[in-house]
Design a binder for this molecule. Structure first.
Ligand SMILES: [Zn+2]
Length: 304
């Protein structure tokens, strides 16, 4: 379970008789910053885990100062492919590309239009059909994606949500996309939730206890209490502390995108494992019976 692949007929064979989990992400690196330890855990436990990356991340900036050097920006597409392969290997999951083009994060006032042909401008049915095809090949029991806000307001993230929900709804329908393979009904759909306020507060307090400045002070001071905490939407907490090191290795594999001195690595691993050993999910749709709260994304799905 350590090889990354780019898709193909091997998707049809569940490994070690386990179940199948599909994580749908907008860009290479999102799989390493959102629910990564969960995917590493399920893969390590003998389930078949496939990350589907919708775009190539072509419009990502270089976010690690050490990688901001001549020749990198020019080779961004290629470099991000190499980084993704390393990250998938670190997590022990397989990965495939859907081949759409990164829309970029529009900036300015007014916001400029999205680049022509980019993922967020492609008709929803076109992108849905492409994802339905992969769903019908891989036949996941569970799909993970983002909530309706995309986790953060990048147009590709919002689109990732829309396409994933549409694929969950339609992949089992024989009338929908008849050229995209044999219908397959997915049992559960989850949203991944990373920015949990309670978690930030715990870590912040721990920094203070240790006489250190918290890297989250600014983030917490800007918190708008009227938004409510995402924790209120969480239905499922997956224990995965043992896999945080694999998550960190996967993050570091995305060398152009992740600053090893940045906030992702600010909290000592031991604190994370002791204070908050889980990753958080919201059961958005289900076709099986389960009881909330859950500790397992496959709860209610019988091994077959
Ligand atoms: Zn992204």
């Amino acid at each position: 379970m350590t090889a990354a692949s780019t898709g193909g007929p091997e998707h049809r064979t569940p490994q070690n008789g386990g179940l199948r989990l599909m994580a749908v992400h907008a860009h290479p690196d999102d799989e390493s910053s959102k629910g990564a330890a969960t995917t590493a855990r399920y893969a390590a436990e003998g389930h078949d885990v496939l990350v589907v990356t919708l775009t190539g991340g072509e419009r990502g900036d270089i976010l690690n100062p050490a990688m901001d050097r001549p020749g990198v920006k020019e080779r961004m597409t290629e470099i991000r492919k190499e980084e993704m392969a390393k990250a998938a290997a670190a997590l022990g999951v397989r990965q495939t590309w859907l081949g759409f083009v990164d829309s970029g994060l529009p900036e300015g006032d007014p916001l400029p239009p999205l680049p022509e042909g980019s993922f967020a401008t492609i008709p929803l049915e076109v992108a849905t059909e492409a994802l339905v095809k992969v769903v019908r090949e891989f036949r996941p029991h569970v799909i993970i994606t983002y909530d309706e806000h995309g986790g953060y307001p990048h147009p590709d993230h919002i689109r990732c949500h829309e396409v994933s929900v549409a694929a969950y709804e339609q992949s089992g329908d024989p009338e929908a996309f008849p050229d995209a393979g044999e219908p397959w009904t997915v049992s559960k759909l989850y949203y991944t939730h990373g920015f949990i306020r309670d978690r930030m507060v715990l870590f912040s307090d721990e920094f203070e206890k240790n006489g250190q400045e918290s890297p989250f002070t600014e983030w917490l001071s800007k918190w708008d209490p009227s938004r409510g905490d995402l924790m209120g939407r969480v239905t499922t907490q997956v224990e995965c502390a043992k896999y945080f090191t694999q998550r960190d290795d996967a993050l570091r594999a995305h060398a152009t995108q992740i600053d090893p001195n940045g906030v992702f690595f600010a909290v000592p691993l031991e604190w994370q494992q002791r204070l908050w050993p889980t990753e958080e999910y919201e059961l958005a749709r289900t076709r099986v019976t389960t009881s909330i709260p859950e500790t397992d994304l496959f709860a209610g799905i019988e091994e077959s």
